[in-house]
Design a binder for this molecule. Structure first.
Ligand SMILES: NC(=O)c1ccc[n+]([C@@H]2O[C@H](COP(=O)([O-])OP(=O)(O)OC[C@H]3O[C@@H](n4cnc5c(N)ncnc54)[C@H](O)[C@@H]3O)[C@@H](O)[C@H]2O)c1
Length: 429
């Protein structure tokens, strides 16, 4: 299979390297495309040497030319979220399949454009939901689908982003709702996708609350950071700020962003306390599912630790999973547990709670990325997938609908009926 990648920022490297190294011979990279000539060249130089002129590079305005000249079978989309739909639709209309990063898109208008184009062209869209492939999360699917805890009636799910990872969503394009859909779409698409997949159901009603409590000018003032600038690079109080990002000190970030600024003015290190940020940092969602299950979900982007806690309440017992990825953040530095501290506990009614040996793996996102890449680029070399982990445009759509409805609920104060919302927007799933 021949692939082209559009968007040569941080994330695309995982796909590029998989195609050109691990899956060389099974997959071929034929084109790279980006608005930024510096990042484009940097990516092309990182491809292992091979015969010919290396990988062809194209500026964004020549995306169509890339498709007609290089004839990829599939386009991998790793541009910012609000632009996914443009390339997903353009690639399908030019006869290509698509692999897109999450979230598939950010709002209902863009979603409709993708669904209409998919219906019209019949092309395949895969959303690369790596979290489904984290062995510990796959194990939860295994336990739940075995029926061990009976009918799953309710789920309590909280996700904690620490003050390094969480802060990063407040520095660049993610921090504007119109660009990322806010964290309830950008980040929670992973979490709501997991819930949909674990439950084997889809959301029907959604209500939510959300506010920006921490990444706000008042908080910076309270921390004594008056006189700050609008980015860390030039900030006179950066040395006193635990949330600063030092682009000069990090070789990778410098090469990818600081050295590329002249091309497009993309500043990677904007102040996380800026007044013009439009996304929330604290969110609570309640959702009712088509199969009768109920979800309570919270997301906090300034937690003192990073990880997740989830509890499934079943008619026969409870399943509880906790993952502490980062113990804490001390003076801006993350301290990881010795190993990823994951625990899964099965507590059947009338029995003592039982620790389960957690399935583990190695590689990015708790061992998820290498497994997902295997299924994406060489499915014939993998075991049959017993858990239905690959995600289509339909899964991609459902994974963002909880967040889109939650955004509506935050704005209106009411409960959103998802079917009615889809109906109003002419979307049929
Ligand atoms: N699954 C995961 O765990 C995971 C992790 C990180 C990022 N992501 C997703 O990957 C995507 C990219 O994130 P990132 O961190 O690499 O962002 P980034 O900002 O580092 O990279 C985006 C790239 O797109 C380019 N770009 C911008 N506008 C463009 C246009 N009109 N045409 C072509 N190229 C354009 C930029 O120049 C940049 O090189 C996002 O959708 C994000 O949600 C997913």
């Amino acid at each position: 299979m021949k692939y082209a990648i559009v968007g040569t920022g941080a994330r695309h490297a995982m796909f590029r390297d998989a195609i050109t190294t691990t899956f060389e011979g099974k997959a071929e990279l034929v084109g790279l495309c980006d608005v930024n000539g510096h990042r484009l060249a940097l990516s092309a130089q990182s491809v292992p040497e091979r015969g010919g002129n290396g990988v062809a590079t194209y500026r964004a305005e020549h995306f169509g030319q890339m498709i007609s000249e290089q004839k990829p079978d599939a386009v991998i989309v790793t541009v910012p979220d609000d632009l996914h739909h443009e390339y997903i639709v353009a690639a399908m209309k030019r006869g290509c399949d698509v692999m897109t990063e999450k979230p598939m898109t950010t709002d209902l208008t863009r979603l409709k454009a993708i669904l209409d184009a998919q219906r019209e062209t019949g092309r395949k869209v895969s959303v690369t939901f790596n979290y489904r492939y984290t062995p510990a999360r796959t194990q939860i699917k295994d336990i739940l689908q075995s029926g061990a805890i009976g009918e799953i009636v309710a789920v309590d799910f909280s996700w904690h982003l620490d003050r390094v990872h969480g802060a990063d969503y407040f520095r660049r394009w993610h921090r504007y709702k119109e660009r990322s859909g806010g964290l309830l779409v950008h980040k929670s698409t992973h979490h709501f996708d997991l819930v949909n997949w674990w439950l084997g159901s889809v959301p029907e009603t959604v209500s939510a609350l959300g506010r920006r409590a921490f990444y706000a000018p008042e908080m910076a003032d309270a921390m004594g950071l008056e006189g700050r600038s609008d980015r860390c690079h030039t900030c006179p109080v950066a040395a006193r700020c635990d949330l600063r990002m030092d682009l000069e000190k990090d070789e990778k970030l410098k090469a990818l962003y600081l050295d590329a600024e002249d091309f497009d003015g993309y500043e990677r290190d904007r102040c996380v306390f800026a007044a013009d940020i439009t996304i929330e940092d604290t969110m609570a969602v309640q959702a009712g599912y088509r199969n009768g299950a109920m979800l309570n979900y919270t997301l906090c982007a300034y937690s003192p630790w990073e990880g997740l806690e989830i509890r499934f309440h079943g008619t026969k017992g409870e399943l509880v999973h906790k993952h502490v990825e980062v113990h804490g953040v001390f003076g801006g530095k993350r301290e990881k547990p010795v190993d990823d501290a994951m625990t899964t506990m099965l507590h059947m009614a009338g029995e003592a709670p039982r620790q389960i040996d957690v399935w583990t793996g190695t590689g990015g996102h708790g061992g998820a990325d290498p497994i997902m890449l295997g299924y994406l680029f060489d499915a014939s070399g993998m075991d049959a997938d017993l858990y239905g982990r690959s995600s289509s445009h339909v899964d991609g759509a459902w994974s963002i609908l909880t967040g889109i409805a939650a955004n509506r609920s935050i704005a209106s104060g009411g409960t959103v009926n998802v079917a009615a919302m889809l109906n109003e927007n002419g979307i049929d799933l």
